[in-house]
Design a protein around this ligand. Structure first.
Ligand code: NAD
Length: 423
């Protein structure tokens, strides 16, 4: 795989040129503030000790405590974690929440570990990083292959060492131990608010706007649900095994598709729920076919590197709304720009998740918890304002929305560095 940190730095350089940023800021932003490498010995169930390698990259703390998830993956390496940490700094600055950026990871295939081994690994990683994380320093969260239960272990391990309950050390916790209402659907909901703002700019009528969503997990499902309820025409959905496409433009109800997926373990084919049988309207497609089907809004919500030099030319959407992290390669970005496809970047479109994580942390610090309606009432204005700031910046700099978001974010980070005398 190509080095994602090189991609990240290319985007930084382009944004810095557009902003006419002084070289001292660019030089400082090309290096993470801290890189922690940790060796994590874990006693396996067979009583043998295996040592795993873990990272925490604290990229920029100019705007607030470091913030970012933890990934457990066999391909995780330092370059990936550095890129993800930089993108977290950009994301938090794009939506204006008072955090810097960080990311963590362990090079491990979690599917090869038992529940007990995963718990020991997560707790040992927390102990190794104890001095560098905390509610005032750096607040991890779940990412690929990590989940609320693991956040509970991290919170518990950190609290044991500190000698008191410290829920604000991580976000994405289960509700019972300080998680936030609305966190589960926050990324999809935030992405929907971004779509609504874009629809105003492009004068899209939901009833005539065909939407295809790749990825039917946490993010894709909730996004599709909100869009469907608002009247958008959901004409294609997929998961890792394949997808369904509407033959005649009939919109599919994501709740029915999810009910069918839970029953059958897959969404491809068509579905029959109770008296509703949509086999007449829907047909089975591959993921590749789904991505190149004509539509108005294509929403990659699965994995990175899905829209590439190989398939970008065949994409027939008016808008690409990136809900996954890094679904579009830089080559595909160039092709979309040439084809005048409007791309709403991940650092804006999927920032609803980190925004509600920020709310979770605020609630933990105050020990005062909000209702789901209160969470939503605070999320919407942040997403709406961020979209409009990015849109205006892109227009001012005559650039793409991705570069508009980078310009908004890098300008904010650089200003904070300057005010603090960090450069
Ligand atoms: P998830 O594991 O819940 O869902 C991923 C979905 O993608 C699953 O339905 C899976 O079957 C599907 N998928 C996997 N490979 C696929 C492929 N090749 N083609 C089509 N579908 C495929 O994960 P999630 O939490 O929904 O995250 C999805 C993306 O959004 C990731 O890039 C993640 O980093 C990003 N993201 C998530 C959040 C969050 O709050 N969960 C926040 C910001 C960004």
């Amino acid at each position: 795989m190509q080095n994602p940190f090189i991609f990240a730095m290319k985007n930084l350089t382009t944004a810095a040129k557009l902003l006419k940023l002084k070289p001292k800021f660019v030089a400082a932003l090309k290096k993470p503030e801290h890189i922690w490498n940790v060796e994590i010995p874990v006693v396996r169930d067979n009583k043998k000790t295996e040592t795993f390698h873990g990272y925490r990259v604290q990229y920029s703390g100019a705007r607030g405590p470091y913030k970012g998830g933890i990934r457990f993956h066999p391909a995780t390496d330092l370059n990936e974690v550095k890129a993800l940490a930089f993108w977290m700094a950009v994301k938090c600055a794009t939506v204006g929440i008072p955090y810097g950026g960080a990311k963590g990871g362990i090079t491990v295939d979690p599917k090869q570990l038992s529940h007990g081994e995963l718990e020991r690994l997560t707790r040992a990683y927390t102990r190794a990083l104890y001095d560098y994380i905390g509610p005032e320093k750096d607040i991890p969260a779940p990412d690929v292959n990590t989940n609320p239960h693991m956040m509970a272990w991290m919170m518990d391990e950190f609290s044991k060492i500190r000698g008191c309950n410290v829920p604000g050390v991580v976000t994405g916790k289960p509700l019972e131990i300080g998680g936030s209402q609305g966190r589960e659907e926050a990324t999809g909901r935030g992405g929907f608010y971004v779509l609504e703002e874009l629809a105003k700019k492009l004068k899209l009528n939901p009833k005539k706007t065909r939407v295809i969503v790749q990825g039917f997990g946490n993010v894709g499902y909730h996004f599709a649900r909100f869009a469907y309820k608002a009247g958008y025409q959901i004409i294609g959905l997929s998961d890792s095994q394949g997808g369904i496409l509407s033959l005649d433009g009939t919109s599919m109800d994501p709740e029915n598709v999810m009910a069918s997926k839970l029953k059958r373990g897959r969404i491809h084919g068509c579905y029959c729920i109770g008296s509703v049988c949509d086999c007449v309207h829907f047909t089975q497609v591959t993921n590749e076919e789904l991505l190149t089907t004509p539509c108005d809004v294509l929403v990659p919500a699965a994995l990175e590197n899905q829209l590439t030099k190989q398939n970008a030319k065949q994409v027939k959407a008016r808008v690409v709304l990136e809900l996954a992290n890094g679904p579009t390669t830089p080559d595909a970005d160039i092709i979309f720009k040439r084809k005048k496809i409007i791309l709403v970047p991940d650092v804006l479109a999927n920032a609803g998740g980190v925004t509600v994580s920020y709310f979770e942390w605020v609630q933990n610090l105050q020990n005062f918890y909000w209702t789901a309606a209160e969470v939503d009432a605070r999320l919407k204005p942040i997403m709406v304002r961020a979209f409009n700031e990015v849109w205006e910046m892109a227009a001012k700099k005559k650039t793409t929305l991705r570069m508009g978001a980078y310009c908004v974010a890098i300008e904010r980070i650089a200003r904070a560095m300057e005010l603090r005398g960090m450069v």
